[in-house]
Design a protein around this ligand. Sequence first.
Ligand SMILES: Cc1cc2nc3c(=O)[nH]c(=O)nc-3n(C[C@H](O)[C@H](O)[C@H](O)COP(=O)(O)O)c2cc1C
Length: 189
Amino acid sequence: MIHEVIVTTINENERVHIAPMGIKFVDHADKKCVQISPFKPSQTLDNLLKTEKATVNFIDDVKVFAGIVTGREKDWDLSPCSKNEVAHLSNTNSYMNLKVSSFIEDELRPKIICNILNTENLRPFMGFNRAQFSVIELAVLSTRLGMIDDEKVKKEYDYLKIGIDKTGGEREKLAWSWIEEKIEGYFKK
Ligand SMILES: Cc1cc2nc3c(=O)[nH]c(=O)nc-3n(C[C@H](O)[C@H](O)[C@H](O)COP(=O)(O)O)c2cc1C
């Protein structure tokens, strides 16, 4: 199963980078590990290779995903973790601090296997919401504009909008509007 999360990493100057990623839990060397698969080239990959640590944020505020893929809002409030660990998003539901344990090379998308150092729960999981699913799906679609058929994008947009209209709250509607603007910009060109 793939979990859509926000991964925070740091570069060699301790500058935090925030990126949406799909992660997996895998068994590696008899341990439950997290597998991150960043495409080449990416800042997340560079950071993981250089500093060998990350924090995975399990967060239901979909504005973070939308803000980053649209470039509307790339910086989000961070809170420090214990010494040596990468900061977590302040409004995350829960997080895990990770340490890179192995690197599986690939031309396009290497796999980074990480040990889980600790898990913290800050806010309860409040149940599934269709509008949040819609925002995540539209966010992914918006990173593939020009790579997938335009008609397919329009069709999926129409379908996903139902979830927003029927079940979205304020933050889902705002996140949706940011991505909608990005997609409209693409179709105007
Ligand atoms: C829900 C979601 C999941 C994503 N999963 C991945 C992923 O697993 N690997 C990846 O390289 N990019 C993924 N992306 C795209 C990256 O977030 C985006 O390209 C980002 O800018 C990564 O590059 P960076 O590390 O240079 O910022 C995902 C985007 C979204 C919205």
